[in-house]
Ligand binder design. Structure first.
Ligand code: ADP
Length: 199
């Protein structure tokens, strides 16, 4: 295609603005991005937060790593390339949901700094809040709810974060929650404060 040809896909603008939807829902749509090791507590925190927000009259939606891999990203594995595409797609969905006025709670291991930075760029820094669920590998491994660490230690699970694939610790997250030291309710309190904090 040359520059002279019209693009085949054109952007069609809506006359309803994100601000209109924010006004309707009386909330600031942001994306809380939970990153951390498997079994660190991301999903548990995410769904507890969703419930607490609903109880307060705030509408949110959880994008959860395992759930998204059942549908939207069912064709992706755990290579670095597929992990990057997983995060890119999820970030695009989060952005759309934010535009629709929803608070998004994204729970993804998202072990690579570069992928999280891409998510931040796609979603927009003003909407993006990075939360490191910083529970230690030792604690996560002792929980091992799905037996995955055990499998990985036995060499039966390639590319498993923390064992056979690296986790790059966020340097300057908006918040860190170590679920060994902070109980679920207190963790949710911290997330609510972040959501309702300065934007
Ligand atoms: P992830 O989504 O990070 O893989 P999950 O939420 O699926 O982690 O699993 C975390 C496990 O840790 C659950 O069994 C949960 O009950 C347990 N857990 C213990 N204490 C906490 C806490 N304070 N916050 C969140 N999860 C906790």
């Amino acid at each position: 295609m040359t520059d002279a040809q019209p693009p085949l896909v054109m952007w069609h603008a809506s006359q309803v603005t994100p601000e209109d939807r924010q006004g309707l829902l009386s909330q600031k749509p942001i994306t809380v991005w939970l990153t951390g090791l498997s079994a660190s507590g991301k999903s548990t925190l995410a769904f507890a937060l969703e419930q607490r927000l609903l109880d307060k009259g705030q509408l949110s939606f959880v994008l959860d790593g395992d759930n998204v891999r059942h549908g939207l990203n069912s064709n992706l594995g755990f290579s670095a390339e597929d992990r990057a595409e997983n995060i890119r797609r999820v970030a695009e969905v989060a952005k759309l949901m934010n535009e629709a006025g929803l608070i998004v709670i994204a729970a993804f291991i998202s072990p690579f700094t570069q992928d999280r930075a891409l998510a931040r760029t796609i979603i927009g820094a003003e909407h993006f809040r990075e939360v490191h669920v910083s529970t230690s590998l030792r604690v996560c491994e002792s929980r091992d709810p799905k037996g995955m660490y055990n499998k990985a230690r036995l060499g039966n699970l390639p590319n498993f974060t923390g064992i056979s694939s690296p986790y790059e610790v966020p340097e300057q997250p908006h918040l860190r929650i170590d679920t060994q030291n902070v109980d679920l309710d207190a963790g949710v309190d911290q997330l609510i404060a972040l959501i309702n904090g300065p934007h």
